[in-house]
Ligand binder design. Structure first.
Ligand SMILES: [Mg+2]
Length: 276
């Protein structure tokens, strides 16, 4: 045979999968960062906010482990304990983390401005709304209730504890697609404020949109952002845009309010026969 055909999906977008903290709620993604610092403080190995935020997006237990592997933290740990952090330390810290996180989650449950309008627009486009998160099922149950009170209720929610492996593995996206009954994955878009969350979508073969301003990368809430020198903010945003583009994100925008415009572009690329 001297030629072959290649099949491409040229149909409509079917679903959008939204991350939670830093994407639809908790502007600046504060809730987990604050508690990771408390947990390490209790172990007498205080960590900075940027150390606490570095592995964001991962399963929370994996996150605790990854913090312990940051060179500066590892060094402070050895100075305190005369040995490296062990599996049992991670287990103990995760055990301490869960109730601390549960006790303060509701304080960080406000929706990011523009979320309700964006979700209404996605629905108007006929998209199903899925969601993924590094939070555990117990934490998500609480947050889903808080989100519902505020008018946000996605059609599917999959937590890191529902799958064999969290981000950057694609399983939460795959599980969403199954629950929503949508395929191919090229008809789905993943939106996230962290690099592992973007990689999760890429690994699932979905279109990805990074959110630069409202999440973990800048790490400030709306009020703090508004107080920031506009030039400083601009420089920080440029760095985040570059990091997210380099991670492979198809698009990077400031916040969820900008996502709808991007969907038009994705749809026209799909119609032309482009794959994510
Ligand atoms: Mg997030």
């Amino acid at each position: 045979m001297d030629f072959y055909f290649r099949r491409t999906y040229r149909g409509a977008l079917k679903a959008i999968l939204l991350d939670w903290a830093g994407t639809t709620m908790d502007y600046g993604c504060y809730a987990p960062a604050v508690v990771f610092r408390q947990v390490y403080e209790r172990m007498r190995v205080p960590i900075s906010m940027s150390e606490a935020r570095a592995p964001m997006g991962a399963h929370k237990k994996v996150h605790i482990h990854k913090i312990s592997q940051i060179e500066s933290v590892h060094q402070r740990w050895e100075e305190t304990y005369n040995r490296p952090p062990q599996e049992s330390d991670i287990d103990a810290m995760f055990e301490a983390f869960v109730p601390l996180q549960l006790s303060c989650l509701a304080e960080y449950a406000d929706l990011i401005p523009g979320t309700l309008e964006a979700v209404a627009e996605f629905r108007k486009r006929g998209l199903k709304i899925g969601s993924t998160t590094g939070y555990t099922g117990e934490m998500m149950a609480l947050l889903q209730k808080e989100a519902k009170k505020r008018g946000y209720e996605p059609d599917a929610t999959v937590c890191a504890t529902d799958v064999p492996e969290g981000r950057p593995a694609p399983w939460m996206c795959v599980q969403n697609a199954m629950q929503l009954g949508v395929y191919p994955f090229a008809a789905c878009v993943k939106v996230d404020d962290t690099i592992p969350g973007i990689e999760e979508g890429l690994n699932a073969g979905m279109w990805t949109i990074g959110l630069a301003k409202t999440g973990n990368e800048i790490g400030l809430n709306e009020e703090e952002i508004n107080r920031l020198d506009p030039e400083v903010l601009q420089t920080q945003l440029e760095t985040v845009y570059q990091r997210m583009h380099q991670s492979g994100a198809h698009y990077v925008v400031d916040g969820i309010w900008d996502v709808s415009d991007v969907l038009d572009d994705i749809q026209s690329r799909l119609t032309r026969g482009e794959c994510p």
